[in-house]
Design a protein around this ligand. Structure first.
Ligand SMILES: Cc1cc2nc3c(=O)[nH]c(=O)nc-3n(C[C@H](O)[C@H](O)[C@H](O)COP(=O)(O)OP(=O)(O)OC[C@H]3O[C@@H](n4cnc5c(N)ncnc54)[C@H](O)[C@@H]3O)c2cc1C
Length: 392
């Protein structure tokens, strides 16, 4: 969308339907506050971009519920106080709040074991399909072309720079190619013999049906209970709860069938990771147990070894860019990564200091050529997703 709005001629190809990958499975939550202040500012601007999209489309895309962070131990309480201090220094709306306030924003949560709470009133969530449709409609109006069922089979090169891409039926010539193939990105990167430091890991969340006697309103706050490794938000009268478990399941995208659909991944209720998710959810929401009527959604996330996306030029291949590796935050981050990458492509620079997203930052690492080493690093990162954040 952002490239089209900057006047570029854009062609978007998808081997299946748009939104049929990770995006279609996402829970759509996001927190603007990050340990890197530049990234927080970027995400704050992303929310403004969505406000503009809503005005243009005359449609609501973002649900602002506010979000709570909670702590049951002194070290986690210190983490929340650091969040508040670092947020305030850059003008992000965040406050320590008391138990009564937290309870009023999310009445179904257990609070008797908690000692600290903070609240970010401008956070919320997206329905990923509505956000994606918004991008597509605005981009089409600005002249972009979208072709589904069109797999990129090769990246054409000449003298160290890209010339375009090849599909089964056609060659499309272009001076710039962006690899934004989500979990499949590392396979697309292999077309130019550029190893990519991403791994593809299973992730689950549950959505309860409305529970008699439990009050859950669509305006209740989202929550992150990092010590219990869970996030949550209201959904259709029930509660959505997801978890970053200790031992994620890995997927090899090359081993999946040609017609693989992420929405068709099925998971048994007695699967160990689902049992761990229900157990973790019940710590904060005691009305949830293995007999609670619920659905479980699963999909594949793309993780990097350091928890940051790969976004920008690949310096060894002129004209090639990455926009991938979103570590479970790609729906929320898309609102800002779009204009960040469009600025880098069209103007050669961005207003934001985003060196930590550099697409080449792992080049030269001795483990980069070894997929097993990459997977181990990415699995560690997933398992430590909610480790105590370093003070920024
Ligand atoms: C269960 C789950 C919950 C999540 N919850 C959240 C959340 O709450 N908040 C959040 O922000 N993020 C969340 N995420 C992460 C989020 O879904 C991803 O970060 C985001 O959707 C990534 O978008 P993408 O466009 O990079 O990848 P995708 O949506 O996977 O899109 C990649 C596309 O590339 C296409 N493709 C692949 N190979 C080729 C090829 N060779 N040629 C052409 N096309 C190709 C695929 O068909 C696919 O449609 C969640 C993910 C999962 C699985």
């Amino acid at each position: 969308m952002q490239l089209s709005l900057q006047g570029r001629s854009v062609l978007v190809l998808d081997k299946a339907q748009f939104g049929s990958g990770s995006t279609g499975q996402a829970a759509g939550l996001g927190a603007q506050l990050r340990s890197n202040p530049s990234e927080t500012r970027l995400l704050m601007e992303g929310i403004e971009v969505v406000g503009e999209m809503e005005r243009k489309l005359n449609e609501k895309i973002f649900t602002r519920t506010g979000s709570l962070h909670v702590a049951a131990t002194e070290d986690r309480a210190g983490e929340l106080r650091d969040f508040v201090e670092s947020g305030k220094t850059i003008g992000f709306d965040i406050e320590l709040v008391d138990r009564e306030f937290a309870k009023s924003r999310l009445p179904c949560m257990r609070t008797d074991d908690l000692i600290e709470f903070c609240y970010c009133p401008t956070d919320g969530h997206f329905a990923p399909s509505e956000l994606l449709n918004g991008y597509i409609r605005i981009a089409r109006d600005a002249g972009a072309t979208f072709l589904s069922q069109t797999r990129v089979e090769d990246i054409m090169m000449s003298g160290g720079r890209v010339k375009g891409v090849q599909t089964a039926g056609a060659s499309f010539f272009a001076p710039v190619v962006v690899n934004a193939a989500g979990p499949w990105s590392y396979l697309v990167a292999e077309l130019t013999q550029t190893p990519m430091a991403t791994a593809t890991l299973g992730h689950y969340y549950l959505v309860t049906e409305p529970v008699p006697g439990v009050q859950i309103s669509p305006t209740d706050a989202a929550i992150r209970d990092r010590a219990n490794r869970i996030y949550s938000r209201p959904e259709m009268g029930g509660l959505l709860v997801g978890s970053y478990e200790q031992e994620p399941v890995e997927y090899s995208m090359e081993a999946l069938p040609e017609d693989f659909q992420m929405s068709e991944i099925r998971i048994q209720r007695d699967n160990l990771n689902v049992a761990l998710l229900i157990e973790a959810a019940s710590q904060r929401f005691p009305f949830i147990n293995e007999r609670t009527p619920m659905s479980v959604t699963t999909g594949i996330m793309t993780f990097t070894p350091d928890g940051h996306a790969l976004c920008g030029p690949v310096h060894d291949v002129e004209g090639l860019y990455y926009c991938t590796g979103f570590n479970g935050r790609g729906v929320f981050q898309s609102t800002s990564v779009g204009f960040l990458l469009a600025d880098i492509i069209c103007k050669g620079r961005s207003r934001y200091q985003m060196g930590h997203l550099d697409a080449d930052r792992f080049s030269g690492e001795p483990w980069l050529g070894d997929r097993e080493s990459i997977r181990t690093r990415c699995c560690d990162r997933y398992a430590n997703h909610y480790l105590i954040a370093p003070k920024s």
